[in-house]
Design a protein around this ligand. Structure first.
Ligand code: FES
Ligand code: FES
Length: 156
């Protein structure tokens, strides 16, 4: 029995510990927003935030997430990254986008004021529709929104 906390909710799940976290979340918890594509840790479609890091969960044993907060796209609250994705109309087919968004949320936590080059190096998820230009614009927009929000918090 694995005990996982996903989107703030604790679960006890009867599953082999080496089952990839992606399949535990999709098949046992019914959270299907996170997608499967390559299955080899290469594309990022399966990205969740685990213990604060964006991880590719098709190759992550569920046992590695025990004791860590797991956040999926369903658990992401109202967020500047979501707003920026809408403003820039990023998705085309949409399949890769949950992973792109989760990778971006974690990226901006460690790199809140990125350059375009930082983004190219830091968010490496693949998009078969080629939405990369819009993704980069959305990440820059989200970074600006986060900076503006934190600046307004420190205003007297
Ligand atoms: S499906 Fe996990 S990295 Fe591609
Ligand atoms: S929007 Fe279609 S794969 Fe990225």
């Amino acid at each position: 029995m694995l005990e996982l906390v996903v989107n703030g909710t604790p679960h006890a799940i009867d599953v082999a510990p080496d089952t990839p976290l992606l399949w535990v979340v999709r098949d046992h918890l019914g959270l299907t927003g996170t997608k499967f594509a390559c299955g080899m840790g290469l594309c990022g479609a399966c990205t969740m935030i685990v213990g604060g890091s964006a991880l590719r969960t098709c190759v992550l044993p569920a046992s590695a997430a025990v004791g860590q907060a797991v956040t999926t796209i369903e658990g992401l609250p109202a967020h500047p990254v979501k707003d920026a994705w809408i403003a820039e109309q990023v998705p085309q087919c949409g399949y890769c986008q949950p992973g792109q968004i989760m990778a971006t949320v974690a990226f901006l936590e460690t790199n809140p004021n990125p350059t375009e080059q930082d983004i190219r190096e830091g968010v490496t998820n693949l998009c078969r529709c080629g939405t990369y230009d819009r993704i980069r614009k959305a990440i820059l927009r989200a970074a600006q929104a986060r900076a503006a929000a934190s600046a307004s918090k420190v205003e007297p």
